[in-house]
Design a protein around this ligand. Structure first.
Ligand SMILES: *Cc1c(COP(=O)(O)O)cnc(C)c1O
Length: 377
C-alpha cells in the first residue's frame, strides 16, 4: 500500500559480488573491488584519478584539507544544498559565504559570484542540483580570473553532462555520493574525483590517515610513515563489491530513471499548468542525471497541502532543503550575508515525488492519479 519516497535496489548481482568479496578475504579498503570501481570512473568519465571514500561528506572534507582551508578563509557555496557542502569546510575553520540560486535550474547563480569574492575566498563549491549542470563556463571564468579552485559537489550529478562533458570533470576536485538515496548506492559511500593532478599524491595520503601507505603498497617506498594531516576515508572493499554490482548496471539504472522522470513530466504537464505548479527546467545544453523529480508549487500552503494529501494516501513525498543561511549555526558565523531570496522562495514551495529505480509502473500510476484528482476537485 505505502509508496516510499526512496527505495534502494539491490539485485543478485550485488549479492554475488559481496559474497565473493567475503570469500576473498580482503575486507579493508583498496582491495580488488575498490580498484575496479576506481578504474571504471577514471576510464568512463576520463578523470585522472578517482578514489572511493566512506561518503560524499568525507570526500568534501578531503577537499577542504587538500585546499588548505583554515580559519579566516571564506568558501562560497549555494545556500540551497545539503549541510555537508558547508560543514566540510566549516570543520576546517572556514566561514561559508552563501550564494543565491537561479530561478530556473535552482543551481548557484553565477551572476552573483563576482560580488561575493573577497581576498579571503579560498574555494567556490557548486552543486549540480538534481543532476542538471551549473553554468560551468561562466563559473570557471570567474574562478580562474581570481585563481580560486572550484569544487563540484556532484552528489546528484553522476552521468549528467554540461555542453557534452561529464559533470564532475570541471572542478579541480569533485565529489560523488553512494548513499542509499542516490542513483548508485552501496548504503553509505562516496568518491573523490581529482581533475587537477597536483592534488593526487596528497589526496592518497589524506585518505590513508595521513600516511604514505598507498605508495608503500605499490612498492614505491620500503616503509610508510606519518607525513600529513589525514583520516580514515577509505571504505571497506565489501562496500566496493556492492557498488561494483551497481556500476555494472549503471546504464539500465539510468534508463529506468529517465523513463520514470519522463512519465511524471509528460503526465503532469496539464495539471501543472492548471495549478500554477512548475515542472523541472533542464536547459538544452545540459543532459541531466535523472536524480529527482521536483515540482515548485505556487504558494507555500500548496507545498504543505500536497505533501499531506499524498501522505494521507500513503504516498511519501518530501520537501528540502532548508536554506543553510537561515540555520542558527550559520547565523552565529560572521558571514557577509547578502540574503538569498530565491532560495527562500523555492525552499517553501518545492515538492519531490517518490523517485527510484524500482518504482513500479502501477505505483507511479497511483501517484499521478492522486495528483490529477486534485485538479478536478
Ligand atoms: C547526499 C548529498 C551529500 C552527502 O552525501 P553522503 O554520501 O551522504 O555524505 C552531499 N551533498 C549533496 C548535494 C547531497 O545530495
Amino acid at each position: 500500500m505505502k509508496i516510499a519516497f526512496n527505495r534502494p535496489s539491490i539485485t543478485d548481482r550485488e549479492r554475488a559480488y559481496l559474497d565473493d568479496a567475503l570469500s576473498g578475504g580482503h575486507y579493508s579498503g583498496d582491495g580488488p573491488y575498490t580498484r575496479r570501481c576506481h578504474t571504471f570512473f577514471e576510464s568512463t568519465l576520463g578523470v585522472p584519478k578517482a578514489l572511493l571514500t566512506t561518503s560524499c561528506t568525507h570526500a568534501l572534507e578531503m577537499c577542504a584539507i587538500l585546499l588548505d582551508i583554515g580559519p579566516g578563509d571564506e568558501v562560497i557555496l549555494p545556500s540551497f544544498t545539503f549541510v555537508s557542502t558547508a560543514n566540510a569546510f566549516v570543520l576546517r575553520g572556514a566561514t561559508p559565504v552563501f550564494c543565491d540560486i537561479r530561478e530556473d535550474t535552482l543551481n548557484i547563480d553565477e551572476a552573483l559570484l563576482p560580488a561575493l569574492i573577497s581576498p579571503k575566498t579560498k574555494a567556490i563549491v557548486v552543486v549540480h542540483y538534481a543532476g542538471v549542470g551549473c553554468e560551468m563556463d561562466a563559473i570557471l571564468d570567474v574562478a580562474q580570473a581570481h585563481d580560486i579552485p572550484v569544487v563540484e559537489d556532484n552528489a546528484h550529478g553522476l552521468f549528467g553532462k554540461y555542453k557534452g562533458r561529464w559533470l564532475g570533470t570541471f572542478g579541480a576536485l569533485a565529489t560523488q555520493s553512494f548513499h542509499e538515496t542516490k542513483n548508485l548506492t552501496c548504503g553509505e559511500g562516496g568518491a573523490l574525483l581529482i581533475n587537477d593532478t597536483k592534488y593526487i599524491d596528497r589526496a592518497e595520503i589524506i585518505r590513508e590517515k595521513g600516511t604514505n601507505r598507498s605508495r608503500f603498497f605499490r612498492g614505491q617506498i620500503d616503509k610508510y610513515s606519518w607525513v600529513d594531516l589525514g583520516s580514515s576515508y577509505l571504505p571497506s572493499d565489501l562496500l566496493a563489491a556492492i557498488l561494483w554490482g551497481q556500476i555494472e548496471r549503471w546504464s539500465s539504472i539510468q534508463n529506468r530513471r529517465r523513463e520514470i522522470w519522463t512519465r511524471y513530466d509528460t503526465e503532469l504537464t496539464e495539471w501543472a499548468d492548471q495549478n500554477g505548479a512548475r515542472r523541472p527546467i533542464v536547459p538544452d545544453h545540459c543532459e541531466q542525471a535523472w536524480h529527482m523529480y521536483a515540482l515548485i508549487m505556487r504558494e507555500p500552503e500548496d507545498q504543505q497541502q500536497l505533501i499531506a494529501r499524498l501522505k494521507s494516501h500513503q504516498v511519501m513525498a518530501v520537501f528540502h532543503y532548508l536554506p543553510l543561511h537561515h540555520a542558527p549555526i550559520a547565523q552565529q558565523m560572521a558571514t557577509r550575508q547578502p540574503g538569498c531570496p530565491v532560495t527562500e522562495r523555492i525552499s517553501e514551495r518545492l515538492v519531490r515525488l517518490p523517485f527510484y529505480y524500482a518504482l513500479k509502473d502501477e505505483d507511479q500510476d497511483r501517484i499521478i492519479h492522486l495528483l490529477l484528482d486534485r485538479a478536478a476537485t
